[in-house]
Design a binder for this molecule. Structure first.
Ligand SMILES: [Fe+2]
Ligand SMILES: [Fe+2]
Ligand SMILES: [Fe+2]
Length: 326
């Protein structure tokens, strides 16, 4: 991660915010992947902030969501400053052992806390942004303490060798599993794509709130699909990852860095075919699954995406009705 010492001018502020944004996109993604790669309800720790016995997997997802909100905050402020938010991300890594991932997460938190807290701001130049960066940095301090306690607890309990889930050869060959991987990638892409438009339309509460709701729905589907993949003998994949001989997966390109649509009409126009494509994939998957819990859950995702399509078609139709609307 690049570091920026002094923030005096608007370009300095934009640079710091975009470095931070590329980091926040990557970690929101990386932590969630790490969580989805470990078992639910197996590794508990005493959370140092909440003072509760907490599932490490669940809290890692929660921290990933905090990072997504950080990304959103940064993106909105970059837009307000007249900049263009970056959708590139830092590198994402998954190690074979659960504890190795948590150690990386803790290290990342300390690195970003340093980025945020070591920036020197010209007095009075950007007081609100300086305040925001400081506030974010104390979320990172909390995250670091939480990861640290998870790691220590696993060490004390002799769980240092526990492995992440791995896809079985049988699951890898199944059509329903392959299709669910494709769908999960699409859900993730749409979650981020909607976030871009939330940022783009952040001065306009009606549009940004509606698009945010859809983004959250896609995030929930991403979450549920990851659990279903485990039930089917697989595990969430990292896009464009290369696996080395030690089984470490690395990707410098873990999610799209470009999303089409730069204004209201062009953004709304791109969402309809994307939702239609996702709906068609869910319909194919539904036909492959036997009756039961998994099929019911997939059916719910399909239904909600049909709702998205209905909403998006009307958002576009209504936007086209009003002359001069930008
Ligand atoms: Fe963060
Ligand atoms: Fe963090
Ligand atoms: Fe959708």
């Amino acid at each position: 991660m690049e570091k920026l010492k002094t923030v005096k001018t608007q370009p300095d502020a934009l640079r710091l915010l975009n470095i931070a944004l590329e980091h926040e996109w990557a970690v929101s993604f990386e932590y969630t992947i790490h969580a989805y790669s470990m078992p639910k309800g197996e590794f508990f720790y005493d959370d140092p902030v909440m003072k509760l016995k907490t599932d490490a997997r669940a809290q890692t997802i929660q921290i990933g969501i905090d990072e997504m909100y950080h990304a959103l905050q940064l993106g909105i402020v970059i837009t307000q400053l007249g900049g263009t938010p970056s959708f590139k991300t830092d590198k994402v890594i998954r190690y074979p052992k659960i504890i190795e991932n948590l150690r990386r997460d803790k290290m990342t938190e300390d690195l970003v806390t340093d980025l945020y807290q070591s920036a020197e701001w010209e007095e009075g130049a950007f007081p609100k942004i300086q305040n925001m960066v400081l506030n974010i940095s104390y979320d990172e301090v909390r995250h670091s303490r939480q990861f640290e306690t998870m790691i220590r607890t696993m060490e004390e309990e002799g769980s240092t060798e526990a492995l992440c889930f791995k896809e079985t050869p049988d699951a890898a060959a199944r059509e329903d599993v392959r299709l669910l991987h494709d769908i999960t990638r699409m859900e993730n892409e749409l979650m981020h794509r909607y976030l871009k438009y939330v940022i783009l339309f952040s001065e306009h509460q009606d549009l940004s709130q509606r698009l945010f709701k859809n983004s959250i729905n896609h995030m929930r589907h991403w979450d549920k699909n990851s659990g279903i993949l485990v039930k089917l003998g697989s595990v969430i994949q990292i896009e464009n990852a290369v696996r080395d001989t030690d089984g470490v997966e690395k990707s410098t390109d873990p999610m799209p860095s470009f999303y089409p649509g730069e204004d209201r009409l062009s953004a709304l126009e791109t969402l309809i075919p994307a939702e239609e494509k996702l709906i068609a994939a869910y319909e194919r998957l539904l036909n492959l699954l036997p009756p039961g819990e998994i099929r019911d859950q997939i059916g719910l995702h399909l239904g909600l995406n049909r709702e998205h399509l209905f909403t998006q078609e009307w958002l576009l139709t209504n936007a086209r009705k009003i002359k001069g609307l930008r």
